[in-house]
Design a protein around this ligand. Structure first.
Ligand SMILES: C[S@@+](CC[C@H](N)C(=O)[O-])C[C@H]1O[C@@H](n2cnc3c(N)ncnc32)[C@H](O)[C@@H]1O
Length: 318
């Protein structure tokens, strides 16, 4: 258990898997408010939605203000109402990679992990897609910060598309993007070369039926996702969209971080991808240092430890 407040709120201290409870947990930044540090946490705000938390993004000078989807008394909130620890891990991977990607001599493949390729065809915008972003879209927004603050020379023009299939979640996500957009993108670049989109996208959709003008979402260069699989349905739908994305752009790289024993991940997603001709699944190491940084953004939660989390890169064979 990470802190006493969680035990008080939920009562069940023996719960070995806090997946469905974790959105109720106290955030480290919220603790600061209890300690009288008013600079770190903003109280519930009518303007932005539910409780607002500040996320100081590592390797940058940017602090995001992201609001939860407001919880209604007695009503179960969707799983995407808050940011999960896996999204903090993915954000740290993205930001660490962007920082290394700048050092072209030391990291010729584009960074420590290669999330941001060393070269890109500048005749079209570099495209990032976040799947199942949740209301806070923390990893997708971390990618926008990486592109706008660290990699603007390499990728002068980019689009980051944040997606989900829950309307309430999308609504809150839009509010969060509106609140933070001006700190991420300069007014001149906004809507011209650097664009953050929020779009409905269900992984199980018949993709031919997506509006013609929105089809570009599926041609992403980099795809991000955290804590996406937790049921057979989410696993089957995720496989469907991942195979579509791999088919649409042969150079796409897909980065997913999640608790590996959630139902569907090891039983459906990994074996299907690993046995699919031409698809490569690489395991990405999640170092102690990365976990230490991720914990400053979001608490790990429940009875989990760092070994519960895994990260993979999915791509086409060269
Ligand atoms: C556990 S939450 C994770 C949210 C966020 N990625 C994070 O780590 O903080 C899973 C998210 O995936 C979304 N989701 C689940 N099934 C989906 C589907 N078939 N298509 C699109 N989004 C889906 C949910 O609405 C939810 O926002």
């Amino acid at each position: 258990m990470v802190d006493g407040k969680f035990e008080e709120r939920n009562g069940d201290t023996d719960d070995a898997d806090s997946f469905w409870d974790i959105a109720l947990m106290q955030h480290p930044e919220e603790k600061l408010e209890d300690e009288g540090d008013e600079d770190h946490t903003i109280n519930d705000s009518e303007k932005q939605g539910g409780k607002v938390t500040l996320y100081r993004l590592p390797n940058t000078s940017i602090t995001l203000e992201l609001a939860q989807l407001p919880q209604e008394e007695g009503v179960w909130s969707p799983v995407g109402c808050d940011a999960w620890y896996a999204s903090a891990l993915l954000s740290c991977l993205v930001l660490q990679d962007a920082e290394k990607a700048i050092m072209a001599d030391e990291f010729p493949s584009g960074g420590l992990y290669g999330i941001f390729p060393p070269v890109h065809d500048t005749s079209r915008p570099f495209q990032v897609l976040e799947l199942g972003s949740g209301a806070k879209a923390l990893s997708g927004l971390a990618a926008t910060v990486a592109l706008s603050t660290m990699l603007s020379n390499r990728f002068p023009s980019w689009t980051v598309t944040l997606t989900d299939n829950e309307q309430e979640v999308l609504h809150q996500m839009k509010r969060n993007v509106a609140t933070n957009q001006s700190k991420i993108i300069s007014a001149e670049a906004s809507n011209i070369d650097q664009v953050i989109n929020v779009e409905y996208l269900d992984w199980g959709t018949d993709f031919d039926e997506i509006d013609h003008e929105k089809q570009f979402i599926l041609d992403a260069d980099v795809v991000l996702g955290s804590e996406l699989v937790y049921t057979e349905e989410t696993a089957t739908a995720l496989v469907k969209i991942l195979l579509t994305l791999l088919k649409r752009n042969s150079g796409v790289s897909i980065w997913i971080v999640q608790v590996t024993d959630r139902h569907g991940w090891s039983e459906i997603v990994l074996p299907t991808l690993e046995s699919h001709p031409g698809v490569i699944v690489d395991t990405i190491p999640l170092t102690r240092e990365l976990h230490d940084t991720a914990r400053t953004l979001v608490p790990m939660g429940g009875a989990l430890d760092q070994y519960a989390f895994g990260a993979v890169k999915v791509s086409n064979a060269a």
